[in-house]
Design a protein around this ligand. Structure first.
Ligand SMILES: [Zn+2]
Ligand SMILES: [Zn+2]
Length: 147
């Protein structure tokens, strides 16, 4: 049986750090998975999305090192709802079950933390689209003039 590594560390993750979690993302989010971001796990907590998702065929045994709650949720094809609101977020005041910070603020703070802790990994896509748009704007196209 293979063994999987736990999700990457983040000071803003709320899911257990010693096991690998499955993610409970809506279908529309699956179109653009972003490794390294914080997202909701199937066990109702927050963990870092790994570079390579776990691929498990139907009927195949789960690898070792998985979060038991996530596996149960997956087997039952349900998503564990986040527990009841226990506090107000210290940043935005929204009710949250994730301790002193809500999921949204944790995601934001995680992204900031990640920017300060990685070099160059987030820069790849930032410049290209703008430059391309500027070039496009300078081009005047004449179409449909041919006799
Ligand atoms: Zn889990
Ligand atoms: Zn908040």
């Amino acid at each position: 049986m293979t063994r999987v590594e736990p999700n990457s560390y983040s000071p803003y993750a709320t899911a257990a750090l010693d096991v690998r979690h499955l993610f409970a993302m809506p279908a529309w989010l699956m179109a653009s998975p972003r490794p390294g971001e914080l997202a909701q796990t199937a066990c109702g907590e927050l963990a870092v999305i790994p570079e390579a998702p776990i691929k498990i065929e139907p009927g195949e045994a789960m690898p070792e090192g998985m979060c038991g709650t996530c596996v149960k949720a997956r087997n039952a094809d349900v998503v564990v709802a986040p527990s009841a609101t226990t506090a107000d977020c210290s940043e935005c005041g929204l009710g949250t079950c994730h301790g002193p910070l809500c999921a949204l603020c944790r995601t934001d703070l995680h992204d900031q933390w990640r920017l300060n802790n990685t070099t160059g990994r987030l820069d790849e896509a930032s410049d290209a689209p703008e430059a391309a748009a500027e070039q496009e704007a300078g081009v005047v196209r004449v179409e449909g003039e041919a006799p």
